[in-house]
Design a protein around this ligand. Structure first.
Ligand SMILES: *Cc1c(COP(=O)(O)O)cnc(C)c1O
Length: 365
């Protein structure tokens, strides 16, 4: 028997989350963001889901080629654009749309002779201060791009710094002012702006994390009540049970002492599987369908849970670390991170299975 840990990927959940994005930004076309191997879920695994999207956005050229090889014929957007002159050929051959965020990338395209003009998304730095042309320089970049023969349609794009926790009007205003007289489709919204800033929806939206059912803020309570389903379940089993007398401690560092006589379950999951070592005592976990808590320090291959609310759970009892019942954000937040990081950091040693699920139409019958 392999060690009893696995991750299950729910393709139908991605599909339903995408449907929800569609209803929420009904007038917009949707780039499904599948960078970082679909936020750790596996591009190939979730791939049947984005068929309802209008485009796929990612940033690795190899991933873009994989998406084409899977048969995707709709637009593919490279979110960081081209890194090197050789990439122009890949973009040309696979009909990729490329982000252009600096003059060096315009230089690459100015020197290129692709078989057909390459569509671009011209990126503005409207306040994030990572990639993009400053608002004051944007119209010049747009004019330059429009004169380059290798460049096809020009989309106008920016990215928000704090759509998850605040007002973003300052960035929208900066973008709108600087693009007033420029032609092209607009694309502004990440997941947070899709959910909470309809003013930013425009022609295209670019949701990532909500497609996988995680919260853009890192906090599960901010998406409570929304029809967003977890696309990944990390599950394992109890492989040991200990009965502790009051005052006895568990695990490395002896960080947790039994408050009374306690049953403790040992779960085959640790930080080498991608579970955060910083998860404190009290982090929720589901044992045999019952919510309980982590106690003691997470070690490389194991963690320990309080069996008080589920005394019948013995060796072999199923454990959900995160998924449908315990949102990944509920593990991430007390650990000082966000669901994005935990999904992306699922370890290679964890076997992954795919729940192909049913189509949304069939599931509503
Ligand atoms: C990652 C990314 C997104 C998606 O962000 P989420 O917060 O996951 O929705 C959108 N746009 C750009 C440019 C990105 O890099």
């Amino acid at each position: 028997m392999p060690r009893p840990i696995s991750a299950r990927i729910h393709v139908d959940a991605v599909r339903q989350n995408l449907d929800f994005v569609r209803r929420t930004a009904a007038a917009s076309r949707v780039w499904s963001v599948v960078k970082a191997n679909a936020y750790g879920h596996g591009i190939e695994r979730v791939f049947p889901a984005p068929d309802a999207a209008d485009g796929i956005a990612l940033l690795d050229l190899d991933e873009a080629v994989r998406v084409r090889e899977l048969g995707w014929t709709k637009p593919v957007l490279l979110l960081e654009g081209l890194f090197d002159a050789r990439d122009v050929d890949t973009a040309d051959r696979h009909k990729l749309t490329v982000t252009v965020h600096c003059d060096e990338q315009l230089d690459l395209l100015a020197a290129a002779r692709p078989r057909q003009p390459i569509g671009i998304e011209l990126k503005m730095n409207s306040g994030m201060n990572r990639l993009g042309f400053r608002p004051g320089d944007y119209a010049r970049a747009w004019r330059r791009a429009s004169e380059i023969a290798a460049i096809g349609p020009i989309g106008l794009m920016t990215h928000f710094a704090n759509a998850d926790d605040g007002a973003i009007d300052w960035q929208i205003d900066a973008f709108d002012a600087a693009t007033q007289n420029l032609l092209g489709t607009r694309s502004l919204s990440n997941s947070a702006a899709v959910l909470w800033h309809p003013r930013a929806h425009r022609a295209w939206v670019r949701p990532g994390t909500i497609l996988y059912g995680a919260s853009p803020t890192g906090s599960a309570r901010h998406i409570a009540g929304l029809p967003l389903r977890a696309a990944m379940t990390l599950e394992s089993r109890i492989i040991g049970v200990q009965t502790l007398a009051p005052g006895e401690t568990i695990g490395y560092g002896r960080t947790f002492a039994a408050e009374r006589a306690m049953h403790i379950g040992v779960v085959a999951c640790g930080y080498a599987d991608g579970y955060p070592r910083h998860a404190p005592a009290g982090t929720p976990v589901l044992v045999e369908g019952v919510r309980t808590r982590i106690v003691g320090r997470v070690s490389m291959d194991m963690l320990t849970v309080d069996l008080t609310p589920c005394l019948d759970a013995g060796i072999g009892a199923p454990v959900e670390l995160w998924g449908e019942h315990v949102r990944v954000d509920e593990v991430a937040e007390p650990s000082g991170t966000i669901g994005y990081e935990l999904m992306c950091a699922l370890a290679r040693r964890v076997p992954v299975t795919v729940d192909a699920g049913v189509s949304p139409r069939a599931s509503t019958v």
